[in-house]
Structures are given as structure tokens and as C-alpha cells.
Design a protein around this ligand. Structure first.
Ligand code: PLP
Ligand code: COI
Length: 369
């Protein structure tokens, strides 16, 4: 495994200041005392690993990242457990997805144990930054950028920087008294990902191309964009930073509810929360299904009462109920517009496992310190 040189920050944030930050959390605006960096070159492979003070990066302005956007990232969290320990959730799954993204963007893969070790190092050194409290966590952002100073577009960069930064965060969507239901915007004119493109990779360019629609969503009073398939603008794929789930009940009341999520067609991100929920559902008498749903079906099945709940899920969002859907041709409500029982039950279970309150039957919790 790659070795990391430990260079502690001689001037960490004073304790009283850090406590003030932890008492007033905002998503992704304050960063901890350290970061991890690791370099790759064609000659040396992965080398020069460091845990070092959080600081600005110095890059040649000709670096490939600035011109051709060769960048990938991950999003994960460290959770303070009930017993005071700190744990990650399925970090090997993030490492595996990082390598799939790397393959798609023609970047070098990082050994899974090095990826996980880099996270462990940062969390262990900055453990005082992991906040207490339901929904709060230390958000970890591993990323990789192309650093070769070269403008030719012949071969991918021959040098890269891997870096991990950390930010104490609250729940991504938080209400003052209860879990808020989201209003979502159907993006019918823009496309996030097309077949053969980079939709299944966690690449910065996907998000750069999504900002215009996300701004449109905010202007329409919505929280997030719902992306539709590129060819027909009909089939629901996912949201800007989350996967989507649909809960249906047949009129035969003895039937289990069905939990459907769009299948992984290569144009949406294979979410780790998505995979966790598909795995957990049968334990609660819920039938998981990977399928497809059109916007017309979504609207009709809400009107008929067959589709009772919709929720978004992801590392940042956890599980966020969708209450209202808005688009150029009008809007409709999901159920009664409030979080439904399946959504709340799965959310409670997932958070219970992540915070160490519930048994962990699949060994997803990875203790750090
Ligand atoms: N889809 C997109 C576009 C995302 O950015 C995310 C967030 O990471 C997800 C889905 C959910 O993935 P995960 O559950 O692994 O966080
Ligand atoms: C995450 O859930 O980790 C994400 O990457 C979503 C991000 C766009 C905030």
C-alpha cells in the first residue's frame, strides 16, 4: 500500500472557534484542519502521499483540468456513533465507484485499500470535527484532477492529483421541526446524460452541465431537478445529486408495497444509498424492483392512488421525500404531499445503521476510531 507522510497542521482552528462552527453547520462551507494528497505520474505511479494542513493548491494554468475538465469525485460521510466511535459507511463501495469513474475518464485507478486508508487517516486526525446530532456528519470529498500542463488533445494527462477534503455538515435538506418534502422540477429541455456518455461516472463535468437546469429549478421554486432520458425525454432517470425511488401499492391490500427505482442504464449514477435500500427493503416486507417509469405514468399513478410515495436518496440527502412535482405542463402532488410510511421507515433504518443504533447485518459500518 502507498505510504503517507504525516505533516500535522501547526495552527489548527482554535477549539472555541471549531465548536462555534459545529454549533451552526452549513453544508460544505467550512473545512477541517487537514487534507490528504497523493500524486500519480506515468513514470512513478502513485507516490508522494501526504496528510498535510488544509491549504490552497498551486497548479500550472495549463493543467489539463482547467481546459478539458478531467475530474472525478466521491461523496461519503463519517458518522459519530452512539458509543462515541467514528465510522464510515461502505467506503469500499465508494472506492470501487471511484475506479469505475476513473476508467471512464481515462484516469489511473487507485487501489481500494489506499483510497480507504486515505479516508481513515483524515478522519482519525480530524476526529474532533465530526459533529454530534441526528443528521450531522463529517462529509468527505475525495477527488482526482488531471495536472499535466499540456493543451494538446491527443492522449489523457500523464499526471494526476488525488486529494481528500472534509467538511462538517448538517442534513442536506433540513426543516426546522420535521422532515421537509421536496418540490422537484422536471427538466424537459435539457439532458444530463446520453447513452455512451459519462452519466454513470461521478465526474465534475456532469454537474457543470447540470447547473443551468438546477438554477431553473430554483427559479421555479423547486429544490432539485428530475432528469429524464436523453432520447425521448420521457423516462425518469434520477435527480441532480440523488437517485429516485417510487412506492406503489396494488389494490390487492395483502400485497407487499413495491419499491421501484430506475434501472442502471449507464446514464445515471449507481448510488450507494440506492444499492443499500434495494438490499434492505426485503427485510421490511417491501419488494425491491429496478424498472422504469415515464412522467405520464408518474402523474397518472399519483392521481389513481396507486403510486403512494416518492423519495430521493443519496449520501448528502440521505432519504428525502418528494411531495410535489412541477414542470412546464403543470404540477401534481405525490400522496398527500407529506412523507409516507415506507419512506420514513427506510430512512429510520438507514440512519440507525449509519449511526450505530441498529444492527448492521451486511457489515456496512467501517469503524475508524
Ligand atoms: N445521483 C447523483 C447524480 C449524485 O450526485 C448522487 C450523490 O452522490 C447520487 C445519485 C447518490 O449516490 P450515493 O447514494 O452514492 O451518494
Ligand atoms: C453526495 O450525495 O455525496 C453528492 O455528491 C451530492 C452532491 C451533489 C451534494
Amino acid at each position: 500500500m502507498v505510504e503517507f507522510d504525516i505533516r500535522p497542521n501547526p495552527q489548527p482552528m482554535p477549539e472555541t472557534e471549531r465548536q462555534a462552527v459545529l454549533a451552526a453547520l452549513v453544508f460544505g462551507q467550512v473545512f477541517t484542519d487537514h487534507m490528504v494528497t497523493l500524486r500519480w505520474s506515468a513514470e512513478r505511479g502513485w507516490h508522494d502521499g501526504r496528510l498535510e494542513p488544509y491549504q490552497a493548491l498551486t497548479l500550472d494554468p495549463a493543467s489539463s483540468i482547467f481546459h478539458y475538465g478531467q475530474e472525478i469525485f466521491e461523496g461519503m460521510k463519517a458518522y459519530r456513533q452512539e458509543n462515541g466511535a467514528i465510522a464510515l459507511f461502505r467506503p469500499e463501495a465508494n472506492a470501487a465507484r471511484f475506479n469505475l469513474s476513473a476508467q471512464r475518464l481515462a484516469m489511473p485507478e487507485l487501489p481500494v485499500d489506499t483510497f480507504v486508508h486515505a479516508l481513515e487517516l483524515l478522519v482519525a486526525h480530524d476526529h474532533g470535527w465530526v459533529p454530534d446530532g441526528e443528521g450531522n456528519s463529517l462529509y468527505l470529498r475525495p477527488f482526482m484532477i488531471a495536472t499535466q500542463p499540456a493543451l494538446g488533445f491527443t492522449l489523457p494527462s500523464n499526471s494526476y492529483l488525488f486529494c481528500v477534503i472534509a467538511s462538517p455538515v448538517p442534513a442536506y435538506f433540513s426543516g426546522t421541526t420535521r422532515l421537509p418534502a421536496l418540490t422537484v422540477w422536471l427538466s424537459e429541455d435539457y439532458t444530463r446524460a446520453a447513452p455512451g456518455g459519462t452519466g454513470a461516472a461521478k465526474a465534475g463535468g456532469n454537474y457543470a452541465a447540470a447547473f443551468l437546469a438546477q438554477r431553473q429549478a430554483v427559479e421555479q421554486g423547486c429544490d432539485q431537478v428530475v432528469w429524464l432520458d436523453a432520447a425521448h425525454h420521457t423516462w425518469v432517470e434520477e435527480m441532480g445529486g440523488m437517485n429516485l425511488f417510487f412506492v406503489t401499492r396494488t389494490h390487492d391490500t395483502d400485497d407487499d408495497p413495491v419499491l421501484m427505482t430506475p434501472a442502471l442504464t449507464g446514464t445515471l449514477l449507481p448510488g450507494i444509498t440506492r444499492d443499500s435500500l434495494l438490499t434492505l427493503a426485503p427485510r421490511f416486507g417491501i419488494r425491491p424492483e429496478e424498472g422504469r417509469i415515464s412522467i405520464n405514468q408518474w402523474r397518472k399513478q399519483c392521481a389513481s392512488g396507486e403510486l403512494t410515495e416518492v423519495f430521493a436518496c443519496g449520501t448528502a440527502a440521505v432519504i428525502a421525500p418528494v411531495g410535489k412535482v412541477r414542470g412546464v405542463s403543470g404540477e401534481w402532488t405525490v400522496g398527500d404531499g407529506n412523507p409516507g410510511p415506507t419512506t420514513l421507515r427506510l430512512r429510520d433504518e438507514l440512519l440507525g445503521i449509519q449511526y450505530g443504533r441498529r444492527p448492521d447485518p451486511f457489515n456496512w459500518v467501517h469503524k475508524v476510531c
